[in-house]
Design a protein around this ligand. Structure first.
Ligand SMILES: [Zn+2]
Length: 90
C-alpha cells in the first residue's frame, strides 16, 4: 500500500526547509534527488572510462604501480564539483 502521508509531509516541510542543490544552490524539483538536472548535465565529465592511460593514472603511477585509475569528473577549486563533494562529506 502506498504511503500518502509521507509525500505530503515532505512537501509541507519543503516550504520552510527547501532542499537545495549543492552545486548551484537552486531549489530541487520534486523529481530531482541530491543534484539538480542542470548540474548533472553541465558537470565537467572526463573520458577516463575509455582512456586507460589518463593523467590521473600517470600521476598515481609515480607513487604506486596501478593498473587502472578512473575519475568521473574534473575537480577544480571553487567549482560545482567541489561544492557537491563537500556536501557529501558532511
Ligand atoms: Zn544544481
Amino acid at each position: 500500500m502506498k504511503n500518502l502521508v509521507l509525500p505530503s509531509l515532505r512537501s509541507f516541510a519543503a516550504i520552510f526547509f527547501p532542499e537545495l542543490c549543492p552545486g548551484c544552490m537552486n531549489t530541487l524539483h520534486e523529481t530531482e534527488r541530491l543534484i539538480c538536472w542542470g548540474c548533472q548535465l553541465t558537470l565537467p565529465k572526463t573520458d577516463h572510462l575509455w582512456d586507460f592511460q589518463n593523467e590521473v593514472w600517470e600521476k598515481m603511477n609515480q607513487f604506486v604501480r596501478v593498473e587502472r585509475v578512473v575519475s568521473l569528473f574534473d575537480f577544480n577549486k571553487n567549482s560545482r564539483v567541489q561544492s557537491i563533494v563537500g556536501s557529501i562529506k558532511i
